[in-house]
Every structure is written in C-alpha cells, then in structure tokens.
Design a binder for this molecule. Sequence first.
Ligand SMILES: *Cc1c(COP(=O)(O)O)cnc(C)c1O
Ligand SMILES: [Zn+2]
Ligand SMILES: [Zn+2]
Length: 779
Amino acid sequence: MFHCLSTHSRKQQLIVSGTPRPQNTDSMGSIAFPSLPYRPPGQVLPTTQWGHVFRSQGETIELKQIPVGKPGPDEVLVQIEYSGVCHTDLHAWKGDWPVAPKSNLVGGHEGVGLVAAIGSQVRDLRIGDTVGIQWVNRTCGICEFCAAGNQPLCPQLQLSGYTVDGTFQQYTICKADNAIRIPPGIALEEAAPVLCAGITVYKALKESNVQPGQIIAIVGAGGGLGSLACQYAKACGHKVLAISSGAAKRAMCLYDLGADYFVDYKSSNMTEEVKQVTGGGPHAAMIVSSVEEPFHQAAKYIRPGGTIVVVGLPPGGMTTDFFSLVTQKISVKGSYVGNRTETEEALAIIVRSGFRVQFNVVDFAELPKTYELMETGQMKGRTVLKIGKDASGYPDRRSQFFGDTSPVRYNNEAKGYVSGALGQAIDKAGRDFRSDTVTVPTEPVMQAIINASTFGDDIYDEGGDPAVNAFQDKIKALTGKEAALFVLSGTQGNQICLRTHLHQPPHTILLDYRAHVQTWETGAIPLLSQATVTGVEPKNGVHLTLDDIKDRIVEENNFHFPPTRIVSLENTLGGSILPLRDAREISNYVRNVRVPPGRPRIAMHLDGARLLEAVTAERVDIKEYLSYFDSASICLSKGCGAPMGSVIVGTKEFIDRTIWFRKMFGGATRQTGMMAAAASAALDHNLPLLPEVHARTRRVADYLRRIGYEFLMPVDTNMIVLDLKKMGIPGDAIVEYCKKQGLYTFPSGRLAFHHQISDDGISRLQKALMELMTDRRRF
Ligand SMILES: *Cc1c(COP(=O)(O)O)cnc(C)c1O
Ligand SMILES: [Zn+2]
Ligand SMILES: [Zn+2]
C-alpha cells in the first residue's frame, strides 16, 4: 500500500496563500497560538479545540476551531503535546496518493501527548499516561493479520491523518490498543518522529533478517530516514555499509553515525567496490532513497542468499534479472510500518543506546510553512510541531538553564554488583527520591575500595595515606584550588571552614536565611565558632544577588554590631543554581569591602554540597566559579555517589590550618585511603552521568507541570521542589501516595534524582503523583 516513506519528489507549486493568520500575537512578537494547558483529571475538558483542517485534497489548510471528539468504549482521547510532520502528511494534502483521504481532514500521524479521557472498556491506560498516536490508529484486533502481529495489513485498518483525523489538533482519538506507550527516558518531542520515521526503518531492519555482526547496506544513508537507519542498525549490533554521495555525507556517515564502511553511489564501478569492501557483498540492503537506480545496483552487489528491503517508493516498476534472483536466492521485500510492540521496541532502543534523533521544534501554526520547506527540498531533519502548553503560570519558576545537549545515556539496569544484597540496594535506590545521598556504591566503587590496598594511617604515616593524597590531588586539579582535604561529611566540612576563617568574636556570618550551614547543621555556628548569623531573604525568591547583601554587610566601625567576617553562599540551594555571574558580583564587592589595617578581608565561603551539579547544568568552569571563594565544601556522597565523605578546598595556608579543626571536630580518621579511593572512582564513574540525570529530572518536571503541579524553585538540576502549600496538598499525602507505588519520598515535597533512579521508579512516580492530583480535592 502507500505510506510515509520517502517518495519521488514531484515538483509541484505549493499554494500557501491560505497561511493562517495568527489569532493574536504576544509581546515577544511570536505567534501566540491558541494552545491549551493539560487539564488534570476531574476538570471538564473543552468542547472545542484548534486544528489544521483542509476540506479536500489541494485545498487551503486552515487553523481553526473544531469540536473535541468523544472517545468510544475502546478508545482514548489524547491531548497532543508534539506532532512530527511526515512526507505522507504532505502527500495526503497534495493528493499525490492513489487513494483520497477523508474530507475535512486533520492530518498528522506522529503525535505524542497525555491521555485526557478513556473509554469505558479501556483497562490498561489511565488518564495522564504518556502515549503516542501513529499511522495505525485502529485495527480490528481479531483478523488473521492482527492475530499474527501484522496489524498494518488489517482490512479494517484506520489511518491517523488519512482515514480518521490525526495529530495536527489539540485532542486526537485512537483505539487504546493501538496507542504507543512512551517510556520515560525519552523527551516527548524526541519520541514523536520515532512513531513514523523511526519505526519505518526499524521495521525494515527486522524485515531484512540481518543478524548481529552481519553487514547491512543503507542506501540513502545521508538523508533523514537513512541516518536513523544507520543508527538503529548499529544499536542492534550490525555492521553498516553507508551508501550516499559526497565528502560531507561520507564524514557524517562514518564519524557521526558510526557506519563501518562507506561507498559513494556515484563512483563508476560502485557495485564492485561494495563487494570488495564488504568481502562479497552485504547480507542485506535497505533502500530508503526514492530513485530507481539504487535498486538495480543492490540486485548486483547483494550477497547470495541476501535480502533487499525496499522502503523508498521510486516511480515506475521493478525490472530485474530473474536468473540471478533465483540462482542466487535473493529476496526482495517491501516493508511497511510496524505494529505497536515494534514501535515500543524502537523507542526502547533509543532510550537504551542513547543515539539522538535529529529534529527541530516549531510552533503549531507553522505547519503550512513546514510543508513549503519540505516541498522545496529545504527541510533539514524532522520537524516537530509544539502543540501543548505548560500548565504552570509561573514563568519565574522556570529554569534558565534548559538545554538538553547530548547527555551520556546511562543504563541503570546493567550496572554490575558484587552481591545479592547490593543488587537489592541498587533496586531500592531506583525508587528512592528522598535524597541523592541514597545512592549505593557500584561495582567499580567497591572494587576501588578493595584495590586501595595501601591501608596507611592518614594521621601517623609521614606524608599521609597515598590513596588519600591521590584523591586530594585529583580534587585540586578539578577545582583549581591550591589544597584539598578529605573530611567525613558536608556538615563537618562547612563548620571546619567557617571556624578556620573566624579568629576572635564578636563576628557575624552573612548568608541566605535558608542556608544549610545555619538551618540544617544543629546550630553548630554559635557553638563552634561563637558567631552570630545574618540571614537574608533573596528578593528574587531563588538565590542571593549582590543587591540582597550589599547593605547587610556590617563593617567594623561601630561596637554595637558584630562585624561581618564571612559571606557564605550555597550552590545549589533546593536544586536551583546560584549563577556564576551573581557569585562573581558578590565576591568582587565583598572582597573590596574595606577593613581596618591588620584585619583579614571578609572571607567568601561556598557550601558547594552540590556544586558539581550546578556547574554541570550552568555549563560554567568550576575553576572560575571557585576562584570567587576562599573556601568551599563539596559533598562526595550525594550525586557523586561516594559511600561517604566530603572535601574542602582553599589555599594551602588555609587548608593547613583546617587540619587542626578537623582533628578537634573528630574528623581525623586513620585508614581513610579506602574511602578516598571509593570517592575517586565514584567521581570518575558518575560525573559524566549528571547531564542525563538533569535531563530526566526536567522531563518529570515537565510532566508534573502539565498535570498541574507548581514548583517552589526552578528545576535547574536534579531536584524538583513542589509547592505543596500553594496547591493545598498535605506532605503526608505525597508520602502515602508514593508509598503505595513502592517509592520513598519526604513530606517536604522535594524530589531528588540521582544516577540510580530507574525508569520504573520514574513511571511509578508519575503514576503516584497523577493519582494524588486526581484526588486532590479530597484533602
Ligand atoms: C547535604 C548538604 C550538606 C552536608 O550534609 P551532610 O549530611 O553533613 O554531609 C551541606 N550543605 C548542603 C546544601 C547540603 O545539601
Ligand atoms: Zn509518516
Ligand atoms: Zn485486523
């Protein structure tokens, strides 16, 4: 039949005179399309919505108000967040296909969103689940094709955006059995193009019957489908021969897509070249290009017994030499889209292997413009329309540090463990959102402990323990500070630093009124350092700025007031970043406050328990950040994943002095080498995972925002702080709802993410919080 694959381009003139006028324009000048926030369950759904409609083929596409459908007993209504745009949508509109679509059609068949309503017979989908709607919208479920997993061949097949309305509207209906379950670990906008482009090439790969280690030729590897095909083939363990043309495509295929071989289809003896580089021809060839010639070429170079899978639709028919087809046992197959299970496999492969789908997101209203670019061949990669809108009306609680750049994907199932008990602990950590301190040591960390066989005495041995020294040297190199000292905890690190800076009362420490050193360290400051504190509330509600502290500094000129000796900052605080710019401004100011002759200038201390999270997310240089501070304490047992310990940094003179207080505060330990070695291995292992942890945190935050949650702080790093008070949700309720799902949370509404949080943990969390939101009115 006909489908979404790349087709022979018919150079038709596109009529875009009917480009919809934007309904209104926001202050930024961009189109404020009439988007709707997701309505949490219990709220009444709207009866009308916006959608792109055309009356019949070739007629103007209009963005207009249309009714919201009601799902039948076995159907779901999905509020679409994103929809990819496929060539088939263009052809449906332009009338390039042999069969005409329904009239007054809403196109689109790569849509993802949240279930907004379910039919009475739907059992395994719930309101709020993230699902996708693809080409196969409805199948009978019982015919011989459906029974054999060949749903796309079902005689009663209904097609999204062709025979039924598709995903270029705010609410789309689909049979529940055909809705794709979107796993966590992939952004919704990234999942959208997988629903057609991704599954098309993944299904073709399956049809090719190529085995792991065997070679598959991807013909048209440089294009959108081809590049996806190369990556799927690599992820499934095949060797890839990329066939395309030109030096740029060659570099892209070999270096970006990881192809094993490259042959230029324009080279004069290309079939011979293919046979030569592949040692007798590829075992299979997937043809995604839409010209005829590559098919004839493939028939010549394919390995005897091999399979040619045709995905592209060249014009005209197929002529081939039956003699070689028969005697060489060559199969030629057409491949169509996959079924639901296969699409879910295609999504899972991306989550697991971490390759990136190329796409760009544009406004919902820009569909006609997108078609124009596709028609004129100017489209690069896949275009995804943004249709949904965030529920939260608090833009000041949005992170400024978004930007999901190719994070290292982690595989939270494959981590080795050394014992059954540890395995169970890792499993539990996967569902534990109380703190990022709950991570358990991974096998490399345990191994490092065993290997740190020096077991020196860090106190008695001259020069200290070699493993401790090696670790401290590593921290010096990382932070650019002159000296580093391993301490037992963050509290100990902070209090040692503060005590070391302070010489003779009276004195005061200026800090954020929420600062850990003041509020969470058992009142240590007045006891250990005889200092008072001046707590400041940041005007922006998130972090301190120079403006907040300028006139709160007490200079040493009036004996009524204890002079400020330390300004203590915290990054991150509640998961939110104190940006580099503000740290620099504060530091420059504080360091230039005049002090009487002979007095040290006011010290800058940083409680950098999660500094590594902060500088990773803000993408700033940790050395520069720390250059604005005289001392800092960095936790190793949080996101870094060390079993225990913190480290403090400063000048050599300062750290030499802290050693006295470490001893005095009970922190001078003996065979510390194994703990330092564990921390060192944990840093190596876990620091590269932080961007992915942050990306996953943001995805959950996006989800929660859509279903109506509000946040106390911007979600910049690995924490979500819910504003329970504002939403009227009691803290106990969140604990109770999460517990029902086997999750661990605190009643504060803070959810901490770390590298051991599992996909399953995230699914359960979303489920629990959706349920809580649904029942909210009961509290
Ligand atoms: C965790 C933390 C600390 C230190 O806590 P310990 O439990 O003593 O290691 C210090 N400051 C902040 C901001 C923290 O989050
Ligand atoms: Zn398609
Ligand atoms: Zn059927």
